[in-house]
Design a protein around this ligand. Sequence first.
Ligand code: ZN
Length: 459
Amino acid sequence: MAASFAILTVLLLAAAPAAGDVDWHKVGDETADVLSDVLRIDTQNPPGGETAAANALARKLEAAGIESEVFESAPGRGNLYARLPGTGAGRPIILLAHLDVVPADGRGWRLPPFAGVREHGYVYGRGALDAKGIAAIELMTVVTVARSRQPLDRDVILLATADEEAGGKAGAGWIVKHRPELLANAEYLLTEGDHIHVRAGGRKVVQVAVAEKTPCWVKLTAHGDAGHAAVPPPQTAVTRLVRALDKLRRYRTAVKLVRPVEAYFAALAPLEKDPLRGKLADLGESLQDPIFFAEFTRNPRQNALIRNTITPTVLQGSTKTNVIPEQATAELDCRLLPGERPADFIVLLREVIADDNVRVESVLSFPASSSDADSGFMNAVRKLAAAEFPGSPVVPSVIPGFTDSHYFRDHGIDSYGFVPFVLGEDDEKTVHGVNERVSIENLRDGVRRLVTLLRSLPR
Ligand SMILES: [Zn+2]
């Protein structure tokens, strides 16, 4: 009995390498293969067509002995869900990535955007970073933990979703609304948003997005009498619309330094030399100085982090030069700071426009929220950073764009934008651009760092 037990133990140990025994080189290669496969499936949104990509990931999980479910929010709009059980000592963590991509016009690309080509240590394709590369490392993290046969303290929930690039209503939003039981009791969520930056001079900064600005997309509709453009009345739908837009163009939104933004710049301050170091350390005070204010806000990203923004994008009037249309419309992409209420902002827009003939309506908006910058999750990131990048600060950041995080923050889950890739500007600018790519080194280290992070989360 004792002897056979010993043999069984030996067999189990042979089949279950310790975390330190993982062949990371092989894992990196395997992750690159998963990514190439899924990059070859065209999921440009619109229309998305994410089901095929979700199915490809489900097959990979199945081969590793992990059950998953693919469900559609609408025909072709597939979402993948899988759960790797832990011991139950801690609450679940969700790993989220989206499967849709923004359009890519292959003419500008050096390599075709939907071929998943590997070249000189990189995998190329639309979505390599945003966000199929993230889905690939999250999936391989789950597979690697499963293979180790050393369960985590908590369940890991893997979600690969549709529609993020168009607002997520057919993906993350749909899941929160229609399948909330899949997320029950989850404590944390990890998704895109920020990463490990390489600054000029090679210094690394580990940034974790804890808050983001929120969209408040608005449609303006101006009305007037239709008619022949040869005999125009003093005001038409088009001139009313132009006047409204001009008022908005002249309007300066108030400067508001919200707490997460103040903390973000204060955390970046030590990386700078004086006098900038001192200025960023107390941004509230520094912005009182008109010279510094002008300098700071000249950077569009910095400017966007201290005020709500109003950006006209879509315009529509007549389709014929000699016809005055009955209505003219404009769409505004407004972005609000954490803590702002979209309904209040719409009221403000109406006041600025001050014309009853121009209808102002909301097209898309979410309340803006943020996550705890001092949670157990953040502490685990700090531990990871200390071990991997000694001396590199961990900076809780605020991003001017938005991700699917808000659906989960509103659902009570602390959500973090953190992809453990080390990226320089050359790589960053390929996101939504041409020749999007991710290095196989990042894929390999990304999985390794995620496994480490999950293993070091406090209960
Ligand atoms: Zn994305």
